[in-house]
Design a protein. Structure first.
Length: 136
């Protein structure tokens, strides 16, 4: 619309004051052409204002989508942060080196206290940390 209306507005602007010079038109026809020029100016202004409104609406939409994406990324980061130390602890206690693990853990009770207890303590510690930060 803007590409169609703007050139017409400019053409009518250049014609103002010279309508009587055109063949077949008189000075009285200038009122008619001035009315058309006024309408073209109004339409051009409306197109610009609608364009600004559309740009604002698009900005609001993109901001909303960005906020939703940030919330999802925050949740995924929390999940990854919880599972990172759990993966490390599982890998540490799953080693096949007897001098590192087997000598330390000889009974089932020790396994539950050190192995599983450290994982539970890690998850509880992260949950407390996240709640204090206001992330969960």
């Amino acid at each position: 619309m803007r590409k169609a209306v703007s050139p017409q507005r400019d053409t009518f602007a250049s014609l103002m004051g010279r309508i009587g010079e055109l063949p077949g038109l008189a000075e009285e026809d200038e009122r008619y052409f001035r009315d058309i020029y006024d309408h073209l100016i109004r339409i051009s202004d409306l197109i610009d204002s609608y364009r600004d409104l559309l740009t604002g609406a698009m900005d609001v939409y993109l901001s909303t989508v960005s906020n939703r994406l940030n919330a999802v990324m925050k949740q995924l980061t929390i999940i990854a942060t919880v599972f990172l130390p759990l993966g490390w602890l599982t890998g540490f206690f799953g080693q096949n080196f007897g001098f590192m693990i087997n000598d330390l853990i000889r009974s089932t009770w020790t396994f539950w206290v050190i192995g599983v207890g450290s994982m539970v303590a890690t998850v509880v510690g992260l949950a407390i940390f996240f709640r204090r930060k206001g992330w969960v």
